[in-house]
Every structure is written in structure tokens, then in C-alpha cells.
Design a protein around this ligand. Structure first.
Ligand SMILES: Nc1ncnc2c1ncn2[C@@H]1O[C@H](COP(=O)(O)OP(=O)(O)O)[C@@H](O)[C@H]1O
Ligand SMILES: [Mg+2]
Length: 133
């Protein structure tokens, strides 16, 4: 699907948020600037949260709780060893029946469960393209 501008990425994220089911895991593949955090912003807004969404690069995870579904937003970019995530309680996050969303999932693909939805964002002209794997 073509996402001609950032508003389209936000709108697509909102749709994902509205449709999201408890226990869903979404892996967002794409280079720097591909729109992963923007899509997550839309998704978090779609679940009714008013908070600003920033990349969880330094905290590893940002949590949005209390809405229809809790959202756990991970960024694997600076995770050197998957034990950092396991120590943080990765398995518990998967068990919490919220929505887990992961930027840079291909850096630690073994952590993603089988039911993960893989979405790939790429640059397309001035806009972006999103594809489901
Ligand atoms: N569909 C789009 N078309 C054009 N620009 C976009 C689109 N989606 C997002 N952007 C812009 O691209 C930039 C990088 O987006 P960001 O979500 O931070 O990327 P990532 O998290 O993948 O590094 C932001 O300025 C954002 O507004
Ligand atoms: Mg990002």
C-alpha cells in the first residue's frame, strides 16, 4: 500500500490500532526514516492514548497502559544481546495480552513469536510503501 505522506502513515497506524487484538505482535521492518515510529504513533493514538510517541531507543521499551489494549513499544536497534531483552522481561511482555510492537526486529528475529505480523516499510518516491510479509 502506498503512503504518500506522514499523515497516511499515521492513518494506517490508527487502523492497525483500531483492529488490534489482545496478544498481537507487530514487527516493523524498515530503514532509518522509513516511518516505523510514525506508524507506531498512529497505532497508539488509534488505541485512544494521547501521549506523544518517541522511539524507545534508550529505554528499550515504552509502555502505554490503561486503554483498550496496553501497548509495549520496543526498539531492538541498540540491543546488542538478546539477554538484555530477556532480563527486561520480554516473555512477560508477550504474555500480558497487550499489543507488542517492535522496531528493528530483524536484529533479534529469534525473539519474535510465530504469530508475529511482519510489516515492511520502505521509501517510495517522496512517500513510503508498506507491505505485509
Ligand atoms: N508516508 C510518508 N511519507 C513521507 N514522509 C513520511 C511518511 N511517513 C513518515 N514520514 C516521515 O519520515 C520521517 C521519519 O519517520 P520515522 O517514523 O521517525 O521513521 P523511523 O522510525 O522508521 O526511523 C518523519 O519525518 C516522518 O514524518
Ligand atoms: Mg524510529
Amino acid at each position: 500500500m502506498n503512503l504518500p505522506d506522514a499523515a497516511a502513515t499515521l492513518a494506517f497506524g490508527r487502523e492497525l490500532g483500531l483492529a488490534a487484538q489482545a496478544g498481537e505482535v507487530i514487527a516493523l521492518v524498515g530503514d532509518l526514516g522509513a516511518g516505523k515510529t510514525t506508524l507506531t504513533q498512529g497505532l497508539v493514538a488509534g488505541l485512544g492514548y494521547k501521549e506523544e510517541v518517541t522511539s524507545p531507543t534508550f529505554s528499550l521499551v515504552q509502555e502505554y497502559v490503561g486503554g483498550r489494549l496496553d501497548v509495549f513499544h520496543f526498539d531492538f536497534y541498540r540491543v546488542e544481546d538478546e539477554h538484555e531483552l530477556l532480563d527486561l522481561g520480554w516473555d512477560d511482555y508477550l504474555d500480558r495480552q497487550g499489543l507488542v510492537i517492535v522496531e528493528w526486529p530483524t536484529l533479534h528475529p529469534d525473539l519474535l513469536p510465530k504469530n508475529t505480523r511482519w510489516l515492511k516499510l520502505s521509501h517510495g518516491g517522496k512517500g513510503r510503501v508498506v507491505e505485509e510479509d
